[in-house]
Write a protein that binds this ligand. Structure first.
Ligand code: ADP
Ligand code: MG
Length: 255
């Protein structure tokens, strides 16, 4: 089932054509990686999908419904989750309280006068924390968590909204290589369990090739390749684009 369908997407900034005629789709439970060198237009694509930027042209549909012109908050309400680039957590609250707040927000409820806030969605919050492996740290304030643990809390916050689509622009930025693989592996498992479509960017090609079901490659605003990790790895144009950045090219080649 197609969750997100994009076609003919365009965006210019002054004379710079940041995104030109980009089209792709993401299915439920699928992890699609959007890769490309710096300045290729990846973040511009994300910002059009989440409503922060209005496209110059093209269409974006979520389960057949157009998202063009919708505010970010309304897109979020339709079940489009964003993770990690915004720190969604409140540092002084505990891990569990953060998830409870996210659940309250998702269910559109205010804290009740008749029921202590500490009890609302407590079990649901703990169940989500179990899923991301953070139940044992539920009573710690978010402000003292290790960076990788905070990312897992942010993933639970995103899941509290029961998203049909997760948009993740460089979710593992600032993390050590082994932590990157672990976080994207966890994201992949949870997305498949819940049938969530995931679009993500990632610089580390080991993570991309290990976790993506399919890859699309942007260069200078245009899509130059699409396929399975094996197909994209073997694509001469992709290899040529990555030739400029030696380390990444080695990863594309699979050395
Ligand atoms: P990526 O995320 O792939 O590194 P971006 O989408 O951030 O690439 O940028 C694509 C191009 O658009 C770059 O040339 C960048 O300088 C330009 N660009 C992005 N955002 C803006 C903006 N708000 N104003 C002007 N130029 C921008
Ligand atoms: Mg970017």
């Amino acid at each position: 089932m197609t969750v997100l369908a994009v076609s003919g997407l365009c965006k210019s900034f002054g004379g710079v054509q940041a995104v030109q005629d980009v089209g792709f789709s993401v299915a439920a439970g699928e992890l699609l990686a959007l890769i490309g060198p710096n300045g290729a237009g990846k973040s511009t694509c994300f910002n059009m999908l989440n409503g922060q930027l209005r496209p110059d042209g093209g269409s974006i549909t979520l389960l057949g419904r157009s998202l063009i012109g919708m505010a970010p908050r309304d897109i979020w309400r339709l079940g489009v989750g964003r993770t990690f680039q915004i720190t969604a957590t409140f540092n002084s609250m505990t891990v569990r309280e953060n998830i409870q707040m996210a659940l309250l927000s998702h269910h559109n409820r205010l804290i009740s006068f008749w029921r202590p806030a500490t009890e609302m969605y407590r079990d649901e919050a703990m169940a989500l924390l179990e899923r991301v492996g953070m139940a044992d740290q539920s009573e710690r304030p978010c402000g003292i968590l290790a960076y990788g643990d905070l990312k897992r809390v942010e993933l639970a916050v995103a899941l509290a909204n029961q998203p049909g689509l997760l948009l993740m622009d460089e979710p593992t930025a600032g993390m050590a290589p082994n932590e990157r693989i672990a976080l994207m592996g966890l994201t992949a498992r949870l997305a498949r369990q819940d049938n969530i479509a995931v679009l993500f960017t990632e610089h580390d090609m080991d993570v991309v090739f290990a976790q993506a079901d399919r890859i699309i490659v942007l260069n200078r605003g245009r899509l130059i390749a699409e396929g399975s990790p094996e197909e994209v790895r073997a694509n001469p144009e992709v290899q040529a684009v990555y030739l400029g950045s030696g380390a990444t090219y080695a990863a594309v080649e699979g050395h």
